[in-house]
Design a protein around this ligand. Structure first.
Ligand code: SF4
Length: 185
C-alpha cells in the first residue's frame, strides 16, 4: 500500500496519560478523539518523550514553570529531544511532511501559548505550595522552548499546535485534597 508520507508529533501524554502527575489525568489512556482523528486521516504518529517523567519519575509533585526553568532540566530536555530532532531532519530530508507538533497548553514543560508560574518551593503544605499563588503566564513550557531552539538551530520549520489542558481542567473540575489545581503535568 502506498504510504501517505505525513507525520504528526504528539506530546507524550496525549498518547499515554499515565505519564502525568498522579491525580491530574483528565482521560483514561490516550486522548482518543484527537488521536483517532489523526489515525483516520492517515497520519503516522511520533510520540515525544515525557521530560518530567524521565527527569523526576512518576511520584513527582505538580510544579510550576519557574521551578522547572533550571539549567539541568533544560539540559535534560535537550538530551532527550536530540533523537527526535534527528528523526524530523531525516524524514524531512526524505520528502516526508512533518505536519505539526501538538503541545499541551498549561504544562510547565509542554505548554505552547501559556503555562503557569508561582510556586517558590518549601514544604508541601506551606503557603508557597498553595495553588492560589500560581498564575497563568504567556510563555511556552521549558521542554517546548528547548525543542523550538533545537529545530531553529537546524533550520527545521514546523507548525506548533496545542491542546488546551486548562479547558480540560475546567471541564473536569479537578479538585485534589479540597484544593483546585490550575496547572497540569
Ligand atoms: S504535558 Fe506533562 S505529562 Fe504530558 S508529556 Fe509534557 S511533561 Fe509529560
Amino acid at each position: 500500500m502506498k504510504r501517505k508520507r505525513k507525520i504528526v508529533i504528539l506530546a507524550h501524554c496525549i498518547l499515554n496519560v499515565n505519564s502525568k502527575v498522579e491525580g491530574l489525568a483528565t482521560y483514561s489512556g490516550a486522548l482518543k478523539s484527537l488521536v483517532t482523528d489523526y489515525i483516520n486521516k492517515d497520519y503516522g504518529i511520533i510520540q515525544l518523550p515525557c521530560p518530567e517523567t524521565t527527569f523526576c519519575g512518576l511520584q513527582r509533585w505538580g510544579m510550576s514553570r519557574n521551578q522547572y526553568d533550571h539549567p539541568n532540566y533544560r539540559r535534560h530536555c535537550r538530551e532527550i529531544l536530540i533523537p527526535v530532532v534527528d528523526q524530523i531532519r531525516l524524514y524531512k530530508k526524505s520528502g516526508y511532511a512533518i505536519e505539526e507538533i501538538v503541545c499541551v497548553n498549561g504544562s510547565p514543560s509542554c505548554g505552547l501559548d501559556f503555562s503557569f508560574e508561582g510556586f517558590t518551593g518549601g514544604l508541601v503544605n506551606s503557603e508557597a505550595a498553595n495553588p492560589d499563588v500560581v498564575r497563568k503566564v504567556q510563555k511556552n513550557g521549558v521542554f517546548i522552548d528547548e525543542l523550538a531552539k533545537l529545530l531553529k538551530e537546524q533550520g527545521l520549520k514546523v507548525i506548533y499546535k496545542a491542546i488546551d489542558e486548562k479547558k480540560q481542567l475546567n471541564k473536569f473540575s479537578l479538585n485534589i485534597n479540597g484544593r483546585r489545581h490550575t496547572w497540569c503535568c
